[in-house]
Design a protein around this ligand. Structure first.
Ligand SMILES: *Cc1c(COP(=O)(O)O)cnc(C)c1O
Length: 449
């Protein structure tokens, strides 16, 4: 059966061919699009559920949420909700997206290092769980909640166990000086945390997210262990099981080198169960907040090659995918390398002898390259370049350089052996919309000032 044996790679090839064929990517007007493999998203969600179901106690409450920043697209959030996955939000915009997707408050978690007083009171009145970041935020919550009464929404505190960093500094949230949460090893911090729980019976959760891409799994597990041990210490100190839920954050790294999914959710869950067995004996509810690992492998950015040129002996494919869509890859290429797959003008995989070439984007600065000196069959004008594993943190995290529009995003499913159906997730941004968001309503504002 073709359907049951299809792989992400074979579905991607079919989708690229169909996207060109059906005019989602064209020589005129739409030279770039984002493609999302619906089946891959559903499979990732199922893998996450199964991984934790394998190791948790019967009846244990486990809520998986999706870190909205990784793919801030309403239909993606709705698809994940369909698969039993809620939302982790970190801004009023992300909360609005979760609500637009119909994700209920009890499946939403608000984390952010800079929640305003208004955001806090909205979350509490909606019944959305939130994790406070610091002592000042706890004081704001004091003003909002009635002492001695349970809070209308679950409230936790984010801690930073200060374990160290991973291979990408900007993704490492458990360094000694990370901006997130209460730094547990700072003088007096642990005592402050315990006292804070003692004084506030409404604090019933404990949260830690020790980092994203580049964190070794073992360090993630150590983060969970530190969280668990602190919760045990607090519950012991207050003499009851005040903390009833542990939020373990997200951060499972993604393999950007091949189509293989590694590490898997199952490997992580097994490691957690070995390292911190108490997490899974049923005494605590659990929350997770994975982003990249749920979506990255499902996404492809497909761009036309506008020109193929050479400079200083180096072939250069000038494509329509650059910093406007691959921000991190362009600005920190060593931390965020991407695979580039070559396709011909009709969207068929391109073969031929590998030639070292630069894959450039459309932006007007020299560093706008998504791959340097990359050995690939030589791309020609009219061919296509696909940036792989870009379902998370790429097409939903645009950079507004050169007023380039945000490309359309399309979900795809492969029905028959060759039949690809697309669903519009997001329309390509129109030029009217670019003008509107660039002060188009106020052309005379400065002349009249
Ligand atoms: C970004 C973030 C996540 C998700 O991280 P991934 O690496 O995408 O899994 C989860 N929790 C918090 C608090 C975050 O900031």
């Amino acid at each position: 059966m073709h359907h049951s044996t299809s792989t992400t790679a074979s579905r991607r090839d079919l989708a690229v061919r169909a996207a060109v064929d059906q005019g989602l990517v064209t020589g005129d007007g739409q030279p770039i699009a984002g493609l999302l493999d619906v089946r891959a998203i559903r499979e990732a969600a199922a893998a996450l559920h199964n991984a934790f179901a394998e190791v948790s106690a019967p009846g244990q409450n486990v809520l998986h949420t999706f870190a909205v920043k990784a793919a801030s697209l309403v239909p993606v959030l709705r698809l994940l909700a369909d698969e039993g996955i809620g939302c982790e939000v970190a801004s009023p915009g992300e909360l609005a997206l979760a609500r637009a997707a119909g994700v209920p408050p009890e499946r939403t978690v608000l984390d952010s290092p800079a929640k305003t007083a208004g955001e806090l009171s909205e979350a509490v009145s909606l019944g959305i769980a939130l994790n406070a970041d610091n002592p000042q935020e706890i004081s704001r919550l004091d003003a909002l909640l009635t002492p001695g009464e349970p809070a209308p929404a679950p409230v936790g505190l984010r801690v930073n166990p200060q374990l160290g960093g991973g291979s990408i500094g900007a993704m490492s949230t458990a360094t000694a000086t990370s901006k997130f949460g209460v730094a547990l090893q700072d003088p007096g911090a642990r005592e402050w945390v315990v006292q804070t729980y003692r004084d506030r019976p409404w604090l019933t959760r404990l949260h830690s997210h020790v980092g994203s891409q580049g964190m070794p799994l073992e360090m993630m597990a150590e983060g969970a262990q530190a969280t668990y041990e602190l919760a045990e210490e607090i519950n012991e100190a207050v003499g009851r099981r005040q903390i009833d839920t542990l939020d373990l954050g997200g951060g499972l790294p993604v393999n950007f080198d091949s189509d293989e999914i590694t590490p898997t959710f199952a490997e992580y869950a097994q490691l957690l169960a070995r390292t911190v067995p108490g997490l899974f004996d049923g005494r605590y509810g659990l929350v997770t907040e994975f982003g990249r690992s749920l979506l990255a492998k499902a996404g492809t950015v497909l761009a036309r090659v506008e020109y193929a040129k050479a400079a200083g002996g180096r072939p250069i494919a000038v494509t329509h995918a650059g910093a406007q869509i691959a921000v991190r890859t362009v600005f920190t290429p060593d931390a965020w390398p991407l695979r580039v797959a070559p396709y011909d003008s009709e969207g068929r995989p391109k073969t031929g002898d590998p030639v070292a070439q630069d894959i450039a984007g459309p932006c007007c600065f020299a560093g706008d390259l998504v791959a340097r000196d990359r050995k690939l069959p030589r791309l020609d004008a009219g061919d296509h370049a696909a940036l792989l594993d870009t379902g998370a943190y790429y097409f939903s995290n645009p950079f507004g350089y050169n007023s380039l529009p945000r490309p359309g995003v399309y979900g795809f499913t492969v029905d028959g052996p060759e039949e690809v159906r697309f669903a519009t997730v997001r329309e390509p941004q129109s030029l009217e919309s670019i003008v509107a968001e660039s002060g188009g309503a106020h052309p005379d504002a400065l002349r009249e000032a």
